[in-house]
Design a protein around this ligand. Structure first.
Ligand SMILES: [Zn+2]
Length: 96
């Protein structure tokens, strides 16, 4: 399962949590790095491009790929047509 980086919105502590891509963790007990006290503040997820790159090809949504700058081609009768992607990429790729 992939690891995700989170930051506590109360104390700023960063945590790495492992869970399924479809899940989001909102709180997790940790230690406030300044006071040393237990904290259960709300967590915000930090988007890590490394995590996204690792999971390409499994279950990343088209929207995530598009935002990350990937180009997607869909196979047609004569070749591959671009579904989305940067303007510099060709709209059609001929099958060899
Ligand atoms: Zn905290």
């Amino acid at each position: 399962m992939p690891a995700y980086d989170y930051r506590c919105q109360t104390c700023g502590q960063e945590l790495e949590l492992v869970h399924r891509m479809s899940e989001t963790v909102t709180t997790s007990a940790h230690t406030d790095p300044l006071s040393g006290l237990a904290c259960e503040g709300p967590l915000e997820r930090l988007i890590a491009s490394v995590g996204l790159a690792k999971s390409v090809g499994s279950s990343v949504s088209d929207g995530q790929l598009q935002r990350a700058g990937f180009t997607k081609y869909v196979r047609g009768a004569k070749g591959y047509e671009k579904a989305f992607g940067p303007d510099r990429t060709p709209n059609f790729v001929q099958r060899e």
